[in-house]
Design a binder for this molecule. Structure first.
Ligand SMILES: Nc1nc2c(ncn2[C@@H]2O[C@H](COP(=O)(O)OP(=O)(O)OP(=O)(O)O)[C@@H](O)[C@H]2O)c(=O)[nH]1
Length: 675
């Protein structure tokens, strides 16, 4: 397949907007599926992980391939929940374009805004699909309004709906000026084109005018034809729209109802006509670690082989399935490649293309394409693969802030072994959680980015992998810090096996602004001090950053300056200096006023105006601060900062105080002294 004929696309949507249903219809019409899987009875092909079927939400970013008008479309499924931000960001990086699915009733929800802004950051060209036109309260034009106001986009409909709610019967193509109806007999496969109904003629003309107008601003040719009163050729409108989509100046909008099988095929035409091929997107930024410099990875089949593992799913039979996006060169089956992130060689046993959980074997994968590698043993999500000669990293290690933890206690030693194995394979799939083995209690503590994130992990461990374990209540991951500045001289002296081990250090400590992390400085004169002594001091303090001051939580936002290291040739030892640094750290931090810090979340809430008062009081009663409020049509958007501890179980609270109409999303903001 020529690279011009490949589209790597993602489908972005707020939870429940209909991403899975739309993807299913796409797979159906492209001839890959024999029957349409329905989300509601848990048959959807894309949601192949058991748990996703139980929950009805899409967590895994699986990729699947289908074909439309001689184009290969690789669909990367992007999660819609902010708890999985790292995953959302990674999928945004590997796709070249996206379909934003919007609910015609809910419009632009706060989470859509978050994901949309991330897509802006990655400069992802997009088209939009306004789904669920058949639902009660559907309003296409209101969604257009919100796209403009909330997303700062310039929406240009290519289609408008005929009717709405239960009277939604078809769509009008503004390119062809025809009404399109989708047969209910064959799941919408047969499309009939008819004249525009008389009562829609004026509206269709108005919106065609808007479409031409929008394109004319970016095409002199269209402007000229327009002023000369000439007919504007459809292919000229499409090529102009394509240019504007790639530059992200216009947002082409499609409309329909996936559930009622209306409007999905025109959306597929939109993917082919308007979204970019892999060679049409700007080069990806890479990083050459050895030389500490950024490089650009140019799309080129003849270039050095380079790809990014953007998703791993551990299959019980086949082992880890590594979903890879190739950026340069050709990856061949049977060869050994370099895992650049891990600096290890690995073998490519098989390359396959996935259609959800059905595989077809390939002999190679070229720049621009997406496939699955089987055979890698130590690869993790986010790893770059390539050659030793060109060790470019496509993703620097991402250090998430796991703000919430849960203890899992296996019921037996046998279960403990199983649990450890399970956590290992889960961390291949999702490197954004951490786990710690607590030798004293026999518990394993896993930490993640939110309640839902942990919930998903725990369900996979206990239900899918069937490991018998007791699961504790989720706990907030605290940190320790200091409130003031202090300086302390500390000495250490111990005789072990007749040898004196002595050290004397002066440390100062000061608090740093929220979000700075820990900083270690050495301003002491170290000219005459051996390297190993300095290294021991550093390791003592770095260890102390991890083990905390009073309560054993990791520290944050502390600057330690080693102001003096006393040295005696006979008695100074690395052991003494490491121990001294560790104790001096505790002493100076205690003196500087140690505090327990808790994670504060950025919370975005949306609720209909009549409930806003209740929502605000539910936030302030949780110790939250409301930062801003914005009135939107029908609902208000509230931005607040709230301690995570107080947000446990908030979903239920919000639901009951807004009669199910309020939604919220949250992300880690910073650590602050615990109230
Ligand atoms: N009335 C109506 N319902 C729809 C339409 N499309 C999807 N739905 C329903 O909306 C619900 C959510 O649809 P999904 O396709 O699972 O939505 P999603 O965006 O994939 O949701 P997550 O996987 O949770 O992110 C299901 O009950 C669907 O049957 C539509 O066009 N009209």
């Amino acid at each position: 397949m020529n690279e011009k004929e490949i589209r790597n696309i993602g489908i972005m949507a707020h939870i429940d907007a209909g991403k899975t249903t739309t993807t299913e219809r796409i797979l159906y019409y492209t001839g890959e599926n024999h029957k349409i899987g329905e989300v509601d009875n848990g048959e959807a092909t894309m949601d192949f992980m058991q748990q996703e079927q139980d929950r009805g939400i899409t967590i895994a970013s699986a990729a699947t391939t289908c074909y439309w008008r001689d184009h290969q479309i690789n669909i990367i499924d992007t999660p819609g929940h902010v708890d999985f931000t790292a995953e959302v960001e990674r999928s945004l990086r590997v796709l070249d374009g996206a379909i934003g699915v919007f609910c015609a009733v809910g419009g632009v929800e706060p989470q859509t805004e978050t994901v949309w802004k991330q897509a802006d950051t990655y400069k992802v060209p997009r088209i939009a699909f306004v789904n669920k036109m058949d639902r009660l309260g559907a309003n296409f034009y209101e969604v257009l309004n919100e796209m403009e106001k909330k997303l700062g986009a310039t929406p240009v409909p290519l289609f408008i709906p005929i009717g709405a709610e239960s009277n939604f019967t078809g769509i009008i193509s503004l390119l062809e000026m025809k009404a399109l109806y989708f047969s209910s007999e064959d799941k919408g496969s047969t499309i009939t084109k008819e004249d525009i109904p008389a009562d829609y003629q004026a509206k269709a003309e108005e919106y065609r005018e808007k479409l031409i107008d929008a394109c004319a601003s970016y095409s002199d040719e269209i402007t000229e034809l327009y002023f000369e009163g000439e007919e504007i050729p459809t292919n000229l409108i499409i090529s102009t729209l394509r240019k504007c989509t790639l530059e992200r100046t216009l947002l082409p909008v499609f409309v329909g109802s996936s559930l009622k099988n209306i409007g999905v095929q025109p959306l597929l035409d939109g993917v082919v006509d308007l979204l970019p091929a892999p060679n049409e997107v700007p080069p990806l930024k890479g990083y050459w670690e050895k030389k500490d410099k950024e490089i650009e990875v140019i799309h080129d089949e003849k270039g050095p082989m380079l790809g990014l593992i953007f998703k791993i799913v551990v299959d019980p039979k086949a082992g880890p399935l590594c979903f890879v996006r190739m950026y340069s060169g050709i990856l061949k089956k049977g060869v050994a490649i370099q895992n650049i992130t891990k600096n290890k060689k690995e073998r490519v046993n098989r390359i396959v293309r996935m259609h959800a959980d059905i595989m077809t074997d390939l002999t190679e994968l070229k720049a621009g394409d997406i496939g699955v590698i089987i055979g890698f043993k130590m690869a993790q999500t986010g790893d770059t693969i390539g050659t030793e000669a060109h060790p470019y990293l496509l993703e620097k290690m991402h250090f998430p802030n796991p703000v919430i933890s849960v203890a899992i206690e296996p019921e037996s030693t046998e279960e403990q072994e199983k649990l450890k194995k399970a956590l290992e394979s889960l961390s291949l799939e999702d490197p954004t959680f951490t786990y710690k083995d607590d030798a004293e209690t026999g518990q394993l503590v896993i930490s993640g980015m939110g309640e839902l994130h942990l919930d998903v992990l725990v369900t996979r461990i206990t239900k899918e992998m069937k490991i018998k374990a007791r699961v504790g209540n989720p706990q907030v991951s605290y940190r320790e810090s200091i409130t003031g500045e202090a300086e302390e001289e500390f000495s250490f002296d111990r005789t072990i096996a007749n040898k004196e081990n002595w050290a004397k250090l002066t440390l100062s400590a000061k608090p740093l602004p929220a979000g700075s992390g820990n900083v270690l400085k050495i301003s002491a004169n170290t000219r005459d001090i051996p390297e190993e002594i300095i290294a021991a001091v550093k390791s003592g303090i770095e260890g102390a950053f991890k083990s905390g001051i009073k309560f054993g939580y990791e520290t944050t936002d502390i600057e330690i300056d080693v102001k003096d290291i006393a040295y005696n040739e006979l008695t100074s030892t690395p052991f003494a200096n490491e121990a001294c640094a560790n104790m001096a750290f505790d002493a100076v931090c205690q003196k500087a006023g140690a505090v327990l810090m808790e994670p504060i979340m950025n919370v975005k809430l949306s609720a209909p105006t009549q409930y806003v008062g209740d929502v605000i009081s539910s936030i302030t009663s949780r110790g939250g601060i409301v930062n801003s409020m914005e009135s939107r049509v029908g609902s208000d958007l509230i931005s607040a900062e709230v301690p995570l501890q107080k947000m446990f179980g908030y979903t239920t609270v919000l639901r009951s105080s807004t009669q199910g109409r309020g939604t919220f999303s949250m992300e880690f903001s910073h650590y602050a002294p615990k109230a």
